[in-house]
Design a protein around this ligand. Sequence first.
Ligand code: NAD
Length: 459
Amino acid sequence: MASANLSSTVTRLRSQYETGRTKPIPWRLAQLKGLDRMLREGGDELADALRADLGKSAPESFLAEIDFVAAEVRAMRKHLRSWLRPKRVHTPPHLQPAKSYLLREPLGLVLVIGPFNYPVQLTLAPLAGALACGNAVIVKPSEEAAETSATLARLLREYLDPDAVAVVEGGAEATSALLAERLDHIFFTGSPRAGRIVAKAAAEHLTPVTLELGGKSPAIVEPGADLAVAARRIVWAKFMNAGQTCVAPDYVIALDGVGPELERHLAEAVREMYGHAPAESPDYGRIVNEAAFDRLAGLLEAGRLVCGGGRNRETRYIAPTVLADVDAKDAVMAEEIFGPILPVLSLDSLDEAIAHVNAGEKPLALYAFTDSEATRRKLLTRTSSGAVGFNVPSAHLDVPGLPFGGIGASGLGSYHGKWSIEAFSHAKGVLDKPLAPDTMQVVYPPFTAVKEAVMRRLR
Ligand code: NAD
């Protein structure tokens, strides 16, 4: 879309927002209902698009994307009125009589920028939150998942109020043009690199941002943990969507000599889930594009190959790969991998693991496989991450009561369920005091000793 058209889309949506049409609860519920219907009636089309873009299997698309968002939308429809209810707060004695309360006010025109990897979930779950809060929304899906972007654009136009929800397709150029506009909130999911660009552009208009970014999420494995189960869970979370999952364990830290046994279990778990020829598994995905393929191929050389290593540039296939004996200085340990390569770093103690994690950026998630309460406590108090998963990676984002978001370089702000209400609305504080009696007299000058005594006593 040319930038003049983008500007007119922004102007059109903003003027619709200003009419107040998006604010009534029935409008919001109607949009959520529309999303729900869209996911039911358009689910298969979306699953086809996901297969075309990322080789995702239909069960995985429904589990991690379509049904995931449907559950989020259902919870919002169910709880919306109670989540939005004004909340009374205590009014201190020196301001009495009065009442104080919080109102959840829509932000206005919200821009949702999506990534390629879960292009349905990570575009529609924020959209649901933004609509639930009564905002007008521009959705910018990822151009890298082109089929899904086109399908979302068509379906959203059909199922949602076109005067208050618009889809803009395109890449960095279209996004930059949108970012040049004055918006009321930007909800961005993607890489820390693009996140910085978004935050800088937002600063120009002082537009608040939510940044859902990535990073190197470690999975620490201690002796004493059931290594077969730990390996299965790590393999499940790591190789889902061919490793292109923001909360996937990026690497493993094997403690106190568990490395060799864990590596055997990891290789075994890969065979159990994807067979001897993962390229033929209907459940194994593909790398999104050639640039990502080339980047990942360059990371395959580190350490010792435990399993995998195969690749095919034409089909953008990289086998589920486990690398042992990697060094903390290897390229594969420098940046978020975001692909099906799992390095295992062996360290001697939990303290060393904590020092390693704390030397890097704060991860989106930290996982530990342990049966020790002392380890849990130590990790919770001495490391910082968006979330923590003990004995299970990635699944925390499926717990509706938990906020989903990062910290530091892995993100700013959070959402999901009730947390989306905080992300997409302003908590407006209201103090409402009657004019009579005028109890404020005590704070008006000229001050006297009596007034001062009363003021200081009531505080
Ligand atoms: P990306 O940053 O390349 O792209 C994300 C979005 O930003 C896309 O819509 C893209 O069009 C836009 N974009 C890219 N470059 C831009 C630029 N220069 N100017 C303006 N807009 C630009 O990310 P991706 O490759 O789609 O996704 C992978 C990254 O996203 C990983 O780092 C991953 O960890 C992270 N991620 C985070 C979450 C989360 O919820 N925290 C979820 C999924 C992915």
